[in-house]
Design a protein around this ligand. Structure first.
Ligand code: PMP
Length: 306
């Protein structure tokens, strides 16, 4: 994939894209022992700005904890690295991918003396599920795969190894002609998408699975909860949603740093609402884009200007 950028930040230095390489015996490659983030920089009215950057970096450090991974760079250094990458490459809006992982030293499952490597890449990335998806909504499939239970692997950490589950679910859906999957948790309740949180609207009330449903504590989820409440909606963010409730929803939508606010118009064979983007989804989506594009007052706390 041509990303149209030439520099990556790696372990404290800016390196040419082609030289940002690692050894094939990297621990993280063999055992999935990496943690990462996905954030966006938006071209706001006041210039390029990272959206809820501090929350993303905070989550990166939190994700590393159970793996006893020491990231040798603090928020300030990671922020400087990222803003410089964006500036140097003249980007106005882009996706930002920080990653930390156990590097090469020994190949026991115990990371032993493996160094923690850290890298950040930025590149232009449009709508994750396509521009049309934002307007028309997408068709999704309830996956035959289940989410890990958090008694098996921390599901509230953004660990690289977790995403083999996301890949299985997403690719199964796409093989079957759907754009994305909805993944149930081990109990059979609705958890989230492979890389998105899920929201359900019914009778003008908004529901999203609670944090104990094996979901990632999504930063867009948090933003949307706040936005919806400000718009006057009642939001339940501790919901336990059965599969059947998907079918009777008035509206469904996904949220994510990559997916932003993406309407869902069909789940398996069931048309949701009118089979188009619903009015509540549209209102929240519109407000979300107004905010991230810096056109709304009162959200300065959510931006780190480049
Ligand atoms: N769930 C999963 C499994 C994800 O990978 C993501 C994307 N980071 C999300 C939810 C959405 O989280 P956020 O809004 O923080 O991007």
């Amino acid at each position: 994939e041509e990303m149209d950028v030439d520099t990556i930040w790696m372990d404290g230095e800016f390196v040419p894209w082609d030289e940002a390489q690692i050894h094939v015996l990297t621990h993280g490659l063999h055992y999935g022992t990496g943690v990462f983030e996905g954030a966006r920089c938006y071209d706001t009215a006041d210039g390029p700005a990272l959206f809820r950057w501090e929350e993303h970096i905070e989550r990166l450090f939190q994700s590393a904890k159970p793996y006893e991974m020491e990231i040798d760079h603090d928020l300030e250094e990671l922020t400087e690295a990222t803003t410089e990458l964006i500036e140097r490459q003249d980007l106005a809006s882009c996706y930002v991918r920080p990653i930390a992982f156990y590097g090469y030293e020994s190949l026991g499952v115990s990371p032993g003396d493996c160094p923690t490597r850290t890298a950040i890449a930025v590149w232009p990335w449009g709508a994750y599920l396509g521009e049309e998806a934002l307007e028309e909504g997408i068709e999704v499939m309830v996956s035959s795969w289940r989410k890990h239970a958090s008694s098996q692997i921390p599901t509230n950490a953004k660990t690289t190894g977790l995403y083999v589950n996301s890949m299985l679910a997403g690719e199964e859906a796409r093989r079957n002609g759907y754009a994305e999957a909805i993944v149930l948790n081990k109990e059979g309740n609705v958890a989230e998408g492979p890389g998105e949180n899920l929201f359900l609207v019914r009778d003008d009330t908004i529901y999203t699975p609670g944090l104990s449903e094996s979901i990632l504590d999504g930063i867009t989820r948090d933003s949307v909860i706040e936005i919806a409440r400000e718009l006057g909606y009642t939001v339940s963010d501790t919901a336990s949603l059965s599969r059947g409730e998907l079918n009777t929803a008035d509206e469904l939508f996904f949220t994510g740093s990559a997916a932003e606010v993406t309407p869902i118009r069909k789940v398996d064979n069931v048309v949701i609402g009118e089979g188009t983007r619903g009015p509540v989804t549209e209102e929240i989506q519109q407000r979300f884009f107004e905010i991230v594009e810096g056109e709304a007052e009162g959200y300065d706390d959510w931006f780190t200007y480049v």
